[in-house]
Each structure stands twice: as C-alpha cells, then as structure tokens.
Design a binder for this molecule. Structure first.
Ligand SMILES: *Cc1c(COP(=O)(O)O)cnc(C)c1O
Length: 246
C-alpha cells in the first residue's frame, strides 16, 4: 500500500538520521541522549508527522504559522482517540510577526525564533492570556553582515542576544531555554557554530538554566553536534526535499 511504502521510507530515513547523530556524538565524545531530534515537517502533510509519531518521534518543528496551526490541529485530532502518550511537542522555528503570536502560542510548546524584545513582549502577553508558558530560544543571526532578508532567516544580531534573552527571562511567563541559529549560506558551518557556542556559554553565565542550543540541519548536523548542539532540526533528510508546488 502507498501509505505503508511511505512509512517504510520514513522509517529508513529516521534510522539514518539517528545513526548520523550517534556517529557525530561518538566523534565528539558526547552521549546521544544529549541531542534531541526536532523533525521538521514543513511542506509536508500531517500524515508524514503521524508516520513519524508512529515510529516513536515526538518532537516536531514548523516554520510558518499558516501551515503549522492546521497541521498541529490535524495531528492532535488524529491522535485524540488513541491512548497516545506523550503528546507531540511542537517547536516554532520560523520568522515570527507579532500578529501571529496569539495563534502560535496556542499550539507551540517551544518558540525557537525569538529575535527581538518586542516579539518577546508580544509573546508574553499572548501566552499570559492563553494560560500558556512556552519555552523560548533566542535566535541568533550568525551572518549579520549579509543582507538581512537574503535568506529570510531572521535572528538577533550577536550583540543584541543578551538583551533579547533578558526580555524573555524578565517576562515572567516565557521560559528562557537557550539559543537557536541557522548556519550562514554558502560558508563552512564550523566557525559559525563555534561563535554560537561561545555566545551560548556567555548566556549561561547570566542565565544558568538556558542550556539548550538548537543548531544543525540535514546538511550540517555533524558540525552542530561537534559544537555542542542539544537540538538538531532535520527536515529533508527525514522527509525528502520540498515537494513541487501545486
Ligand atoms: C527548514 C528548516 C530546517 C530543516 O532544514 P533541512 O535542511 O530540511 O533539514 C531547520 N531549521 C529551520 C529554521 C528551517 O526553516
């Protein structure tokens, strides 16, 4: 059956990604338990997330609210009458406008892309109203010299990171957990991830509980694990490339 074929394909991809994480941890002298896999389901239907769920994956990432909100709802509905436990955890990993915060806090457990104090303030207000306490990462722009919108990737300038982190921590409702970044386009990821690791150490000096470091995608997870990533966000290596536009 088609669906079974897809599940087998995803199972093989998941095993391959887990093996890469294990090998990267072994090379770095780290335990694989220190590295969490965030399965990025953007561009992919809810049924792919359900295949991953059935294969044991519990943490999912999405980068656009318009796509994430209905997908999270569809996954929740599909799991509602099974005794599924624990429930999937959704990470919002994309650029976020303040007019979307109400929607995002309704389903996101973790917001990895907080990159300015005004966004932290808007998230805090929305979370308070919704009775939610989302965990937050501050997204760092590792290539601040490049055109800001070159990749549309967002992130706080490295020198603003502590200010954004303080805004999250002071909010009283958002929980500051660490940093997130995307490696610069067209450059080796290692030096960028080393700068990120240094910033993470600096942040922990001020906020000792901010232990998470989300870095690494399908193409550079090994470099991220070597630099101390606690979360890798993997899309195409699990689910294939972006499907053709319909
Ligand atoms: C799409 C995306 C990923 C996953 O990228 P792949 O190369 O498909 O693994 C990770 N992080 C962010 C912020 C993304 O938008």
């Amino acid at each position: 059956m088609l669906a079974d074929g897809r599940r087998a394909e995803i199972a093989a991809n998941l095993a391959g990604v887990r093996a890469r994480i294990e090998a990267a941890c072994a090379a770095a002298g780290r335990s694989p338990e220190e590295v969490n896999l965030v399965a990025v389901t953007k561009f992919r239907p809810a049924v792919d997330a359900l295949h991953l769920y059935a294969l044991g994956q519990r943490v999912f990432g999405e980068n656009r609210d318009q796509e994430a909100a209905p997908k999270a709802a569809e996954v929740a509905a599909a799991l509602a009458d099974t005794a599924s436990d624990p429930f999937p955890e959704w990470h919002f990993i994309g650029q976020l406008q303040t007019n979307k915060v109400k929607s995002v806090v309704s389903y996101a457990d973790v917001i990895e892309s907080v990159d300015r104090p005004e966004l932290a303030a808007a998230l805090a207000k929305a979370a308070e109203r919704a009775g939610r306490r989302p965990r937050c990462l501050v997204q760092v722009n590792l290539d601040p010299a490049a055109e800001r919108d070159a990749g549309g990737r967002g992130g706080a300038h490295p020198q603003d990171v502590l200010r954004v982190a303080d805004a999250v921590a002071r909010s009283g409702v958002l929980r500051l957990e660490g940093l997130m970044a995307v490696a610069p386009l067209g450059a080796a990821p290692e030096p960028a991830f080393e700068r990120l690791a240094a910033l993470a150490a600096k942040l922990r000096g001020v906020h000792p509980d901010a232990m998470s470091l989300s870095a690494g995608m399908s193409g550079d997870l090994e470099a991220a694990v070597a630099a101390g990533a606690t979360h890798v966000r993997i899309g195409s290596a699990l689910l294939g490339g972006r499907p053709p536009l319909r």
